[in-house]
Design a protein around this ligand. Structure first.
Ligand SMILES: Cc1cc2nc3c(=O)[nH]c(=O)nc-3n(C[C@H](O)[C@H](O)[C@H](O)COP(=O)(O)OP(=O)(O)OC[C@H]3O[C@@H](n4cnc5c(N)ncnc54)[C@H](O)[C@@H]3O)c2cc1C
Length: 424
């Protein structure tokens, strides 16, 4: 029987599994190409990574997390229980292959390769995201005011110069600022910062959750069907996924299936035999609705590894990388530790009504997302693993996936993002 004959007339062209920012952006792009789309999520209204992130359109972040020398720093951080990095030792056996691969990506050649691949995505972000933001009506809270990275010490600033110079090669625009310029740029900062780097092309949005809701509403308006249910497997036969099978056993049929389930994607890929190294890099933040300070743009505290973003709903202070898997309960002491730093460096900030949050960054060891066709099921397309940059790269991922669905040659080669890089 042909694939055509196996599907009924009502079978949608595309089933998107995952209603976070990435899945919805894929659905939006496919709908704009005229496809019929079904979106499946186990909980459309529930909290998710895409709701609570820092809101940064961080297009200048084109180097992987595995910067040279990070491994040594990381070992030191692991001994600080509330430092920027933590590991639940019970999670170590499961995470070990991820960490070993992470270490391998730190070598100079691979570091450069990854950086150019990240830059290829980041350098086209505004071409893709602005039309999406216009269409869903969130341009009123899209702030293109740059971002400011700040340094407390001359040593840390000097140590990063190599990376800043390399970032210029990647197309990143930045300019160094003196201590006085930093103070003039963001007067609410404590007067302890000796250097700054202004990042012209960074932007932020007023509320990541509002963007998800508006995008979801627009996807529905464009005709997508929504199915609430947890997908447990893809049903593979003759090299094609016939359906996404829910935990209830119900099959959700589609001609193409997009897996966009963020940090939960490895399990679904495994059901067609595709292997990926994906872990949850859990991040924390606190949002301060009555902060009482003035902040114009996202500020990145270089040595302390946290950020503060002036969202419409309050100043959000967050960061941290915690490896504890998908099931361990949040340790909100991390939000408290980040807030304590925020109070120290943004003196006078008011924490009345503070809201704490934890989210699962879908992290690959090489910091590259997984975008492209499954080698085992030709009608399955992966769109996950965006780590720190899922909001930033959402519309670009959607546009690339739409190219694949429509049979167009994507504007950039998808080779670096293929799941095949994980020994498939
Ligand atoms: C503290 C923090 C700050 C961040 N800051 C930024 C930032 O400033 N800029 C930026 O670009 N990115 C940032 N990120 C990263 C960004 O939030 C993520 O990369 C992005 O949200 C991932 O989106 P997603 O759609 O892939 O995953 P998610 O938002 O997690 O969505 C996945 C969806 O899949 C559904 N799902 C999972 N499994 C199943 C299943 N089996 N069946 C059905 N449905 C399923 C879930 O319910 C969920 O709705 C940050 C992340 C954190 C944690």
């Amino acid at each position: 029987m042909t694939q055509q004959a196996q599907h009924s007339r009502t079978t949608p062209d595309v089933v998107v599994i995952g209603g976070g920012i990435v899945g919805l952006a894929c659905a939006w792009s496919a709908l704009r190409d005229g496809a019929t789309v079904t979106v499946v999520d186990r909980d459309f209204e529930g909290d998710r990574t895409s709701h609570g992130n820092a809101g940064g359109i961080a297009v200048t972040e084109s180097t992987p997390i595995s910067v040279n020398g990070l491994y040594m720093k990381a070992i030191k951080w692991l001994f600080d229980p509330l430092g920027p990095l933590s590991l639940d030792w019970k999670h170590l056996p499961a995470a070990l292959p991820w960490f070993l691969e992470f270490q391998r990506t730190g070598n100079e050649e691979r570091f450069k390769e990854i950086s150019f691949a990240l830059a290829k995505l980041n350098n086209r972000v505004y071409d893709d995201i602005v039309p999406m933001f216009e269409d869903i009506g969130v341009m009123d809270s899209f702030y293109r005011r740059g971002a400011l990275t700040i340094y407390e010490t001359d040593e840390a600033f000097a140590a990063d110069q190599h990376e800043w110079a390399f970032k210029r090669e990647l197309g990143v625009r930045w300019r160094a600022m003196t201590a006085d310029e930093v103070r003039e740029c963001e007067p609410s900062l404590a007067p302890v910062f000796r250097h700054g780097v202004f990042l012209d092309d960074w932007a932020h949005i007023g509320d990541p959750k509002r963007v998800v809701i508006q995008l979801r509403n627009r996807v529905r308006e464009l005709g997508a069907q929504f199915v609430e249910g947890s997908v447990k497997a893809l049903d593979l036969s003759d090299g094609l996924a016939q359906s996404a099978v829910l935990a209830t056993g119900e099959p959700i049929k589609g001609r193409r299936i997009i897996v966009a389930t963020g940090a939960w994607s490895a399990e679904i890929a495994a059901t067609v035999g595709d292997h990926v190294l994906l872990d949850s890099e859990r991040g924390y933040n606190t949002t301060l609705p009555s902060h009482g300070i003035s902040l114009s743009r996202e500020v990145i505290f270089a040595e302390r590894k946290f950020v503060a973003t002036p969202l419409d709903i309050g100043v959000r202070i967050g960061g941290a990388a915690e490896f504890a898997g998908l099931k361990a309960p949040p340790n909100y002491k991390r939000s408290d530790a980040l807030l304590a730093l925020g109070k120290r460096f943004l003196p006078g900030i008011n924490d009345a009504g503070a809201v704490k949050w934890m989210g699962h960054r879908p992290a690959t060891p090489d910091s590259l997302p997984v975008i492209g066709q499954s080698p085992r099921a030709s009608n399955v397309i992966y769109a996950f693993g965006h780590g720190h940059l899922g909001l930033t790269q959402s519309a670009t991922t959607g546009a690339l996936v739409a190219d694949l669905l429509a049979g167009r040659t994507p504007g950039i080669s998808l080779e670096p993002y293929s799941i095949k890089r994980f020994r498939n």
